[in-house]
Design a protein around this ligand. Structure first.
Ligand code: GDP
Length: 518
């Protein structure tokens, strides 16, 4: 399905797997990434210096064939989480590092949850086996409890014992990654199209301005391309690879530092090539406005059943995280929820559960996997609520099981209701204002594009920001007559269901049309 809008089978070429290293703090993620980098990027041949650009590629021989792998070089899963939260799938394979002298720890479990929620295959690196206290078999046993059964025990997860410190078995680990990728994924992309990618990291560099490390996902990015990434835009002025060398183009799975954006984009933002600078700027401005408006709206809104619906519309799978005051109720609730009879099209998945308050860790996972959190007789602790508001995560509180069941069931059924999407009608600029005692403010407008339509839904844009949503055009006149529609290039007089309108404001109209189900 990934290949659909990339042309036909013949247009697709094999691309390297993109790998993220995750695991508990101090288990050796940084050391492992360094070790792979220095062993494989070849510091000597590149003149002794490798750049830290947030990702790198290495080549390793597997079954007599040179295979390339891309590593995201930001240890931990913050970047991964940020990207998942924005819906960008940036990783093909997760390497979960577990220290053999320590064992499975909370962040190990979190990493497993993240990877499993994203349906990313896992390779387990059992690290620090140089230590006397290392117990690699114990780690295998522990991981089995999380559904990661080692191949040698008849499962399908590859475990490799390594020492990141001594550079031991790094080649075997790379081989395991390649074999896992080959076994479970069809990694291909069309290099002959406008590039699309994801920003792994971005910052403001004193000399070079905004710099973003971008992982190309499809197409080829070239110097000179007009680009938009989140609400930042610009033109690719320079691209630099992990050796510090300038490159003129970057193909799928290639990480490059991109210089030329006019502002700093966010980690996880999608980068896209567009036809011209002007378009890039317009898209970026629009996103900027939407973002500010969405944030404002989010902090206002009460979470409703409709919000639950929207989770379903996008995924047809409702991910849940259940937190409760004791393990008995959590279990009961999960069982009851799993017992809801639902249509084949819809899936309910409990991706995590636990006893105690809703924590930031829960919210983090929910954001990453578009999950809804259920708090049963518990509340959110400290910053978790704030974070949930910021990330747009729904936390729903219950103290009666059947209420929880009823609501979730209603939401799942609601899934089959029609889906509406917005269709733009047009934009008009307010050029004059008249007061009328009968109808309030009348706006004298010029229709800039599309049409204005009586009774249409509208929003008000001021200085590029949406200042009011869900207005209606309550009356519309062309010269002295009532009109149902007024077209682009004509003046009109209109009233809207909102009183604070000003000269220079833009009225954008739209309608909701039913989206066909596929
Ligand atoms: P991170 O927090 O997961 O990135 O962990 P680090 O890579 O910073 O490693 C934490 C500590 O463990 C450091 O002191 C490393 O030197 C040490 N360490 C990492 N890998 C190994 C290993 O294979 N063997 C031993 N003995 N120590 C290691």
């Amino acid at each position: 399905s990934f290949g659909e809008d990339e042309g036909g089978e013949d247009d697709l070429e094999r691309r390297p797997p993109v790998v993220t290293v995750m695991g508990h703090v101090d288990h050796g993620k940084t050391r492992l990434l360094d070790s792979i980098r220095s062993a494989k990027v070849g510091e000597a041949e590149a003149g002794g210096i490798t750049q830290h650009i947030g990702a790198y590629q290495v080549t390793s021989e597997v079954d007599g064939v040179d295979r390339t792998l891309t590593f995201i070089d930001t240890p931990g899963h913050e970047a991964f989480t940020a990207m998942r939260a924005r819906g960008a799938k940036s990783t093909d394979i997760a390497v979960i590092v577990v220290a053999a002298d320590d064992g499975v720890m909370p962040q190990t479990v979190e990493a497993i949850n993240h990877a499993q929620a994203a349906e990313v295959p896992i390779v387990v690196a059992v690290n620090k086996i140089d230590k006397e206290s290392a117990q690699p078999d114990k780690i295998r046993g522990q991981m089995t409890e999380y559904g990661l059964v080692p191949e040698e025990y008849g499962g399908d997860t590859m475990f490799v014992d390594i020492s990141a410190k001594q550079g031991l078995n790094i080649d075997s680990l790379l081989e395991a990654i390649v074999l896992t990728a080959d076994a479970s994924l069809d990694l291909r992309a069309n290099p002959d199209m406008d590039a699309q990618g994801v920003a792994i990291e971005a910052h403001l560099d004193r000399g070079r301005g905004p710099v973003a490390t971008v992982l190309i996902q499809r197409g080829t990015l070239r110097v000179g391309d007009s680009i938009v990434a989140g609400d930042a835009y610009g033109r690719v002025r320079r691209m630099v690879d992990e050796h510090g060398d300038d490159v003129t183009e970057a193909s799928p799975s290639r990480p490059v530092q991109v210089i030329g954006l006019t502002s700093v984009c966010g980690a996880g933002d999608t980068l896209m090539v567009v036809e011209e600078d002007r378009t890039a700027r317009q898209i970026a401005d629009r996103r900027n406005a939407r973002k500010r408006n969405a944030l404002a709206a989010r902090s206002r809104r009460r979470i409703s059943l409709e919000d639950l619906d929207s989770h379903l519309k996008e995924t047809s799978q409702l991910n849940l995280i259940i937190k409760g005051d004791n393990s008995g109720t959590v279990e009961a609730l999960e069982e009851a929820l799993m017992g809801i009879e639902i249509d084949d099209e819809v899936q309910l998945r409990v991706i995590d559960r636990g006893v105690g308050a809703v924590t930031e860790t829960n919210v983090n996972l929910a954001a990453a996997s578009d999950a809804v959190i259920i708090g049963f007789n518990v509340r959110a602790e400290g910053k978790a609520t704030e974070m949930a508001n910021r990330e747009g995560v729904d936390i729903r509180y219950y103290s009666i099981i059947y209420q929880a069941i009823d609501e979730i069931e209603a939401a799942l059924k609601g899934m089959l209701k029609p889906i509406y999407e917005e269709k733009q009608l047009g934009q008009a600029e307010i050029r004059q204002l008249f007061r009328s005692s009968k109808v309030g403010n009348i706006a004298g407008c010029m229709v800039l594009d599309g049409i204005m339509r009586r009774n249409a839904k509208a929003r008000l844009i001021r200085d590029g920001n949406v200042v009011q949503e869900e207005m209606t055009i309550t009356s519309l006149r062309r010269e002295k007559d009532d009109a149902t529609e007024v077209r682009e290039g004509f003046e009109c007089g209109l009233t809207v269901s909102y009183s604070d309108i000003r000269i220079g404001d833009i009225i954008e109209t739209y309608e909701l049309v039913e989206k066909p189900r596929d």
